[in-house]
Write a protein that binds this ligand. Structure first.
Ligand SMILES: [Zn+2]
Length: 426
């Protein structure tokens, strides 16, 4: 049985809107409501779901569509169902309505990333209905807790239930959206993401009475160190694919600007500053927390050694948490297929391998040996930049761009899985 392309578009749109209406703001998450809905939709077409909770109400769903060759490395389609909080005063529409207006679906999660979840569900159910057998297993994962570090989501599944999500390839978020730059269009495809190293830095000095001022105190010392950290660039290290990407985009490597500079070096942002406890006491210690982000090839030790060169021998470092950077090769048949399909669907545009400065669930899936890409295609107009929508006020998704992305996604998937497009869609 084939399915009309029109109806699969409508189904994906309905699924997205239904997901947006389920408030899965994290904290507290409550992803169970999204997972129950998804299990229902999948169940309608005879697809069984496995549900695993990292904690009560923090549910993860995994479903598998078996392929003809169970020994071939599986393809995992992953999305997270939690969303970041909204500041209602900044919204012009109800953030959990899934309302359609001005050609867009409005609401938290429309871009990040309930739209990808809806696309994954549409592809799984379409394959099932059409009786299409992929050349490998296809796994759908809809996971909890990505927006708060993934402890109860992808990390939990990878550590506690690896057999459910072990795959050769993963398609996940942050990639495949239109970037308009100097009248040209680009589609960054995430092949790498930075690691993070969170460090508490402490200085001490003689405490004293506030009525007896001194120039040298813990507060003045930490202030000087903060100034040094924010004013000293960390050393540049440009990976081959980032060099190619920036050259393609016409970004000058020697002055990349604040948008691109974080992809070319480790970075350290002071995010929490603490000192003092009483208004007439000069405190004896002061601390800052640094949000450090590391390039592929770096680890906490190399990051702290570089930081040490900037701040000198005085402050103590305490490593609070860290996660490694991830890098997948862009030289794979899957990447090539993504690139060709995107460029054919938007003539004149370029798809490029890209690294993001933040973290996604790919950090965890890659620990099981998967080649992980960020590919959640959507076509965006110049007046609707991804950066402003992502975690922003009035998050919304243009429906035409979503349908364009669904088509591109389906073409990539089915070609990769050895399924003829017209065997599934009419
Ligand atoms: Zn996300």
């Amino acid at each position: 049985m084939t399915i009309s392309w029109q109806s699969i578009q409508q189904e994906a749109l309905d699924c997205l809107r239904a997901l947006v209406r389920l408030d899965t703001t994290n904290p507290p998450g409550n992803e169970r409501i999204a997972v129950d809905y998804l299990a229902d939709v999948l169940g309608t077409y005879g697809i069984d779901s496995v549900i695993r909770e990292g904690a009560p109400t923090r549910a993860n769903l995994v479903a598998r569509h078996p392929g003809t060759d169970s020994s071939a490395a599986a393809l995992l389609l992953s999305s997270h169902t939690d969303v970041v909080p909204v500041e209602r005063s900044g919204w012009t529409r109800e953030p959990f309505s899934g309302e359609i207006a001005q050609g867009c679906v409005w609401g938290r999660g429309a871009i990040d990333m309930k739209s990808k979840c809806a696309m994954d569900v549409a592809m799984m159910t379409a394959m099932k209905r059409a009786g299409a057998k992929p050349n490998r297993d296809v796994i759908l994962a809809a996971v909890a807790d990505e927006e708060a570090g993934s402890d109860l989501g992808a990390k939990f599944l990878v550590e506690r239930h690896p057999e459910l999500v072990r795959a050769g390839y993963v398609l996940n978020e942050v990639g495949g959206f239109t970037v308009h730059l100097m009248n040209r269009r680009f589609y960054p495809i995430q092949v790498a993401e930075k690691g993070f190293v969170t460090v508490r830095m402490k200085v001490t000095a003689m405490p004293g009475h506030g009525s007896m001022p001194r120039s040298d105190t813990a507060i003045s010392r930490i202030s000087e160190l903060i100034t040094k950290i924010v004013k000293t660039p960390m050393r540049t290290n440009i990976s081959p694919f980032m060099r190619r990407a920036l050259e393609d985009m016409g970004v000058p490597l020697e002055s990349p600007g604040p948008l691109f500079a974080p992809m070319l070096a480790n970075t350290a942002s002071p995010t929490i500053l603490r000192a003092g406890y009483k208004d007439n006491v000069i405190p004896g210690e002061a601390t800052i927390v640094l949000d450090g982000r590391t390039l592929p090839g770096e680890d906490p030790e190399s990051f702290m050694a570089e930081l040490r060169q900037i701040v000198g021998p005085e402050p103590t470092f305490e490593l609070l948490k860290s996660a490694p950077p991830v890098q997948a090769s862009p030289d794979t048949p899957l990447f090539e297929l993504i690139k060709q399909t995107v460029e054919a669907a938007d003539p004149g545009a370029r798809a490029i391998a890209w690294m993001i400065p933040g973290a996604t669930d790919n950090k965890y899936y890659s620990q099981l040996g998967a080649v992980c890409y960020g590919f959640s295609p959507v076509k965006l107009d110049p007046q609707m930049p991804f950066g402003a929508l992502y975690h922003g006020n009035d998050e919304r998704l243009p429906i035409e761009g979503f349908f364009w992305g669904l088509r591109v996604y389906a073409e990539v998937l089915f070609k990769f899985l050895g399924i003829r497009f017209d065997q599934v869609f009419a």
